[in-house]
Structures are given as structure tokens and as C-alpha cells.
Design a protein around this ligand. Structure first.
Ligand code: GDP
Ligand code: CA
Length: 336
């Protein structure tokens, strides 16, 4: 079975670990990772979501934190601080720095990000084919208004420095309009037997991947069933501040609203305020909500999207594997 998943960082990575547990050596998983969170720091190219995917699936992740390396040390950060060189708000440990140095060096030598990612994965052996959504630079910016007035800040500044404490007025994937899908992305979607939308952030993770011209269209017209899992349980994100960015695109923080935001595959709607313009292809052939949201199943199905309520908390490997199994089962049901 050829499985394609679009993914952000922690929600995507943990789900994919469960997916690997329920698939076999004959199955092929291609992950299309969000690069809209990428940022240049200290002259280095940092790709937080690709690294979270790579470290989680390759066994190097700091488990509790969900980002960065296990058994990390912080000498470089201390030295930078001693020089008065920031930013201090972004955590880059010594081991993590090495990844960014290798990446930046290869990019400077002329390799595209997709080739660099493949090279980094030779060390980590994540057990999936990890593709960046694009080799072109895309950076998610967030429009906010605070004491300094109305301005756009980098997504990482909004998320990590400001902890999304001010309202996001707009989410702008800068550069996405002219970005091209990375080599292999559209081919993988077209050849897939199943396409999964893990419980990643629908706006700044999966939404950004879909903002690369061609990707939404490819998923929306794929022969394979597309099944998504809700990152929202009981009206709140399980982790993080997804409610702030959902609000910015006019979507309620509920499992049902996120399903309708993705839309039923085959449906075409006018674009919302997400950028891109024009018409948007719906994506979903199936949707999983948590058992706490069982009451929303009927409304999602009324919108033409087959929906099941199953436990969606990735509390341990078994629970996560069961979620992946449920997603593949629903894909089989809608295919039939
Ligand atoms: P990020 O790039 O590191 O923020 O990670 P993602 O975008 O891949 O995932 C973030 C989303 O994962 C958040 O909106 C969370 O609500 C969701 N999430 C985290 N843990 C769980 C879980 O155990 N179950 C579900 N259903 N969602 C989760
Ligand atoms: Ca992210």
C-alpha cells in the first residue's frame, strides 16, 4: 500500500509513528512536510517541522518536549548569549545546531532542500520518505496588532516568542503563491492508495502545505480516499494554540468546523481569507473525531463526509496505532 500523509511537526510525527506500527515492510509511506515554519537563525536554515518528523521517526526526539533532540546540551546558546547575539527565545541545542549547519552547508553548495532532507534522513532512517512540500522558500507570517501597531511577524515569533497571546488577524504564507511542489510530491499524491491528514494544525501546518499551488488540487482530485483526523478534541486543541490561527481564518475550534473547513472531496467552494484566491477544492472522503465529539458525527456526515468517533488521544504507542488503524479502516470503507 502506498500511503501519503501531509504533516506538520509534533501532531504529524506522533501519528506517523503509530502508522508505521500498523503497516508492514511492503507498505510505502511518503510524508509531505510543512516548511512554512522554516526560519533563518544565526545564518542557519532551520526547518522545525521536518526536523520534528525526522527526529521523532528516527528515534532522536526529546519525547516530553516534542521538538529538539533527546539528551541535548546548550553550550552554543550560552555562548551566543555571552556575545549578546539573539534571538534567545528560540531553543536550539548543540546537537540540533549540527543538523542546521549540515543543512545550511548543503543548501549553500547548491543542493535543493528535498535533496538535503534526503541526505539528513540517511542518518536518521525515519522509515518513511520525507519530502518538503517545496524546495522554494515559503515563510508563514502572522498579522497582529499590539502596542507597536499592526504588523506582520514571522510565525515562530508569534508562536514561540509571543505564545500566540495576541490575536492573529491573518495568516500569510509568504512565497507560497509562486512556490512549486518539491520533486515527487504531486507524483506521490497521484500514485497513492490512501492519503491521510494527521491531527496536525489545519491552518499553519496542513493549510500551508495545501497553499503550495497544485497540492490542494492534487489531493482534492486524487483517486485515493483522503481521510483526516481531528486535532481538536472537545472544543480545544490537544496541545498548542491552534484555536488562535483557526480564528484568524474564520473557523471555530471544533472537530466539526475543521472537517467543514477541509471540505468534502468533490465539492468546490469559493476561497476563504487564507490567500491563494479563487476557488478551493474540498479534500475529505472521511473524518475521524474523538469519542468526546461523537455528537458532531451526524453534522459532518450531513455535509457528505463519512465520519466516525474513535479515541484520538495519542497517549501511548498502542492508542496511536489504533488511531492509524481506524484511519486506514475508514479509507477502506469509503473506497468500497
Ligand atoms: P507542530 O507543527 O509541532 O505544531 O505540530 P502539528 O501541526 O503536526 O500538530 C499540532 C496539532 O497536534 C495541535 O493542533 C494539537 O491539537 C494536535 N495534537 C497533539 N497531540 C494530539 C493528540 O494526542 N491527539 C490529537 N487528536 N491531536 C493532537
Ligand atoms: Ca509547525
Amino acid at each position: 500500500m502506498r500511503i501519503v500523509a501531509l504533516a506538520g511537526g509534533i501532531g504529524g510525527a506522533r501519528f506517523l509513528r503509530g502508522l508505521k506500527d500498523v503497516t508492514g515492510p511492503g507498505d510505502e509511506i511518503t510524508v509531505i512536510g510543512n516548511t512554512g515554519d522554516d526560519i533563518h537563525l544565526f545564518g542557519l536554515k532551520v526547518c522545525p517541522d521536518l526536523d520534528t518528523l525526522m527526529y521523532t521517526l528516527g528515534g532522536g526526539i526529546h519525547e516530553e518536549q516534542g521538538w529538539g533532540r533527546a539528551d541535548e546540551t546548550w553550550s552554543i546558546k550560552g555562548e551566543m548569549k555571552a556575545y549578546g547575539v539573539g534571538p534567545e527565545w528560540f531553543g536550539l541545542g548543540d546537537k540540533d545546531f549540527a543538523t542546521h549547519i549540515v543543512r545550511t552547508q548543503m543548501l549553500a553548495a547548491g543542493y535543493p532542500l528535498s535533496a538535503v532532507t534526503e541526505a539528513l534522513c540517511e542518518r536518521w532512517q525515519p522509515g518513511v520518505r520525507l519530502l518538503p512540500m517545496s524546495d522554494d522558500r515559503v515563510e508563514t507570517h502572522v498579522r497582529i496588532t499590539d502596542e507597536s501597531g499592526t504588523r506582520a511577524v514571522h510565525f515562530q515569533e508569534y508562536w514561540v516568542r509571543l505564545h500566540a497571546a495576541v490575536d492573529a488577524e491573518a495568516i500569510i504564507p509568504v512565497g507560497a503563491d509562486t512556490a512549486k511542489p518539491a520533486p515527487g510530491v504531486l507524483e506521490a499524491i497521484a500514485a497513492a492508495d490512501v492519503i491521510l491528514l494527521p491531527p496536525s494544525n489545519p491552518v499553519v501546518s496542513i493549510g500551508t502545505v495545501l497553499a503550495v499551488p497544485g497540492i490542494r488540487q492534487a489531493v482534492g482530485s486524487a483517486a485515493a480516499p483522503v481521510v483526516g483526523l481531528s486535532p481538536i478534541i472537545g472544543g480545544s486543541p490537544v496541545r498548542g494554540m491552534a484555536d488562535k490561527v483557526l480564528q484568524a481564518v474564520g473557523v471555530d475550534t471544533t472537530a466539526e468546523a475543521v472537517a467543514l473547513h477541509y471540505g468534502r472531496k468533490g465539492a468546490v467552494r469559493s476561497a476563504s481569507n487564507e490567500g491563494g484566491g479563487g476557488r478551493r477544492a474540498g479534500l475529505l472522503d472521511g473524518w475521524l473525531v474523538d469519542t468526546a465529539d461523537a455528537a458532531s458525527v451526524a453534522a459532518v456526515e450531513a455535509a457528505g463526509i463519512p465520519c466516525r468517533a474513535v479515541p484520538l488521544l495519542m497517549s501511548d504507542p498502542e492508542a496511536t496505532a489504533a488511531m492509524a488503524r481506524a484511519a486506514l479502516d475508514l479509507a477502506e470503507q469509503v473506497r468500497a
